[in-house]
Ligand binder design. Structure first.
Ligand SMILES: [Zn+2]
Length: 161
């Protein structure tokens, strides 16, 4: 199960709606929170640097990834996945997504949209054989205080379980 602060989901949804009809994207960092559970503690929005049509593809800025990795260095957190929107599609990975998926540990959070509004949010992870995605449970976590940092990166620490 992916545990994500409601605050982050709200921010990501707002990004998706602001970027519409283009895809928004960004990275998610966090840590293991028990058997099968991963908690998101930080999100890093990115410009969509796709070289294709931004209506149905995305590319996270390598600088955003670099900065996030540096910020996480020495902590128990890591990049656990990323998010992007489907401006006119469901919250399921597209064929384009599958073709680009090569990091089996990453969680893909996808926002499905209808009429310019976020209608559904789901998480997925590449199956062991790499030939398909499996849905990964997604839930919000409570008791979380989020701080918006000047850099545009959002960080939070959950209370101890
Ligand atoms: Zn996609």
């Amino acid at each position: 199960m992916l545990l994500i602060p409601r605050t982050f989901l709200d921010l990501i949804a707002a990004e998706a709606e602001a970027a519409h009809p283009r895809e928004c994207c960004g990275l998610l960092a966090g840590r293991d929170a028990g058997p099968g559970d991963i908690v998101v503690t930080r999100m890093a929005p990115s410009a969509n640097l796709t070289g294709g049509r931004a209506e149905d593809s995305f590319e996270v800025d390598p600088q955003v990834r670099f900065d996030l990795m540096r910020a996480l260095d020495g902590s128990d957190k890591r990049i656990i996945g990323h998010y992007h929107s489907h401006p006119a599609g469901p919250a399921r990975p597209s064929a384009t997504d599958l073709a680009k998926a090569y990091e089996p540990d990453l969680i893909w959070v996808i926002l499905g949209m209808e009429n310019g509004r976020v209608a559904d949010v789901r998480a997925h992870r590449l199956a062991a054989d790499g030939g398909r995605f499996d849905e990964f449970g997604l839930s919000t976590t409570d008791g979380v205080a989020a701080d918006r940092l000047a850099s545009g990166t959002h960080d939070t620490e959950e209370t101890a379980p």
